[in-house]
Design a binder for this molecule. Structure first.
Ligand code: NAD
Ligand code: GLY
Length: 362
């Protein structure tokens, strides 16, 4: 019997691809190969994930020629230097244009493997095998790849869609609780930007999710991927709607940049950023204090941060000015009209932004 519990499609014409979700999909013989028309495969993973899942993935890829490269673990290694290491391995093994790159790991591995695949010989095939909740609900889907620059988060990158995404829910059993919580930040994001009923469901199921309930986790992966696949299918290159997926990220990326990419997990920074974006929506008269309290409460219940110490409002604003949504020098923000209804705007009072930042910095 197949391990695939759910299949959905990111609809992009000839570049459409499936997202396969299920317990054990990573090691199911023949499954990944079916979506990988390549003889030579480079598996990009890291020193933490490889001992857990590399052997099973290599087994599923037989009889292809596989080479694995193990990167050091951590957001601080999400750099051009590390991508150069991946490219060196591809060249050293004389991989041709018909090879494929498979990313086995969280968002850091996926973003770098995808970027390497996008530039190697001007683009080779790429499959995502995400092993964190955050990567399964967000980073593995949609084709954004890239690395950080000391001047800003994800400043260097490319759009390069995978040919398939295999989200194995069994891998979440080994995920540290802090990483699970960080993934839930991006899940809450989908409820806030698009689906009020999903946000209600998350409020009622937060305990089950934190306890690692497999059915509850499978549901959040499916619903999150449905929402993201729909948005990416309509606006692949972020000319409009896709920017909603950056709810909380303008603040969050500034937190990551100000704290040096390491002490805060990406999901933690997004969580605090979403509360800041919700407060800004409240300051701007778009949502009421009860909605702000509801959002803050769910994020706190999940064990995610809502405040930031040791960083000034000025430093935050400097980081926010490096955001990719900045247009004509104006920071554009994703704000809420209600839970489940987000929009992008540059039309806000900068005093409200200052007040918002001051309320969350200590
Ligand atoms: P991560 O990749 O650093 O993984 C978190 C930690 O968990 C790492 O230590 C990793 O080695 C470990 N790990 C991974 N799978 C594991 C498993 N199954 N069991 C035990 N340990 C495991 O972090 P992340 O939260 O997955 O991804 C964050 C990155 O994703 C950030 O760089 C962020 O910018 C990026 N991102 C990209 C997009 C996109 O659209 N491309 C979207 C959201 C986030
Ligand atoms: N994580 C934001 C996006 O994929 O657009």
């Amino acid at each position: 019997m197949s391990s695939v519990a759910h299949t959905l499609t990111v609809k992009l014409g000839r570049r459409s691809y499936p997202i396969l979700i299920g317990h054990g999909v990573l090691g199911e013989s023949g499954l990944i190969g079916h979506h990988l028309p390549a003889r030579d495969v480079l598996i990009v993973t890291n020193t933490t994930v490889a001992p857990l899942y590399l052997e099973a993935l290599e087994g599923a890829l037989r009889p292809r020629r596989t080479v694995a490269t193990l990167l050091p673990d951590g957001e601080s290694y999400k750099t051009l230097d590390t991508v150069a290491r991946i490219l060196d391995v591809l060249v050293a093994n004389r991989f041709g244009r018909d090879c494929a790159v498979v990313a086995l790991g969280g968002g850091v591995v996926g973003d770098m493997a995808g970027f390497a695949a996008s530039v190697y010989q001007r683009g080779v095939a790429f499959v995502q095998v995400p092993t964190t909740l955050l990567a399964q609900v967000d980073s593995a889907v949609g084709g954004k790849t890239g690395v950080n620059h000391p001047g800003g988060k994800n400043l260097i990158g490319a759009f390069h869609q995978p040919t398939a995404v295999l989200a194995d829910t069994a891998t979440l059993a080994s995920l540290p609780p802090r990483e699970l919580r960080a993934g839930l930040a991006e899940v809450i994001k989908y409820g806030l930007i698009r689906d009020a009923a999903f946000f209600d469901w998350l409020e009622s199921q937060a305990g089950a999710l934190l306890a690692g309930d497999q059915d509850a986790l499978a549901h959040v992966i499916l619903r999150s991927c449905q929402i993201k696949a729909g948005i990416v299918g309509r606006d692949e290159l972020e000319h409009g709607e896709r920017a909603l997926l950056n709810f909380g990220h303008t603040f969050g990326h500034a937190i990551e940049s100000a704290t040096g990419y390491g002490s805060w997990l990406h999901g933690e920074a997004v969580a605090a950023g979403m509360v800041m974006a919700a407060r800004m929506s409240c300051e701007s008269g778009l949502i009421d204090a009860a909605a702000l309290a509801r959002i803050t409460t769910l994020i706190e219940r999940v064990g995610l941060p809502t405040r930031l110490a040791g960083v000034s409002a000025q430093t935050m604003l400097q980081g926010m000015r490096m955001d990719k949504k900045v247009l004509d020098g104006h920071i554009r923000l994703v704000l809420l009209r209600a839970v489940g209804d987000a929009f992008v705007t540059a039309d806000y009072d900068s005093r409200h932004l200052q007040r918002t930042l001051e309320a969350h910095l200590c």
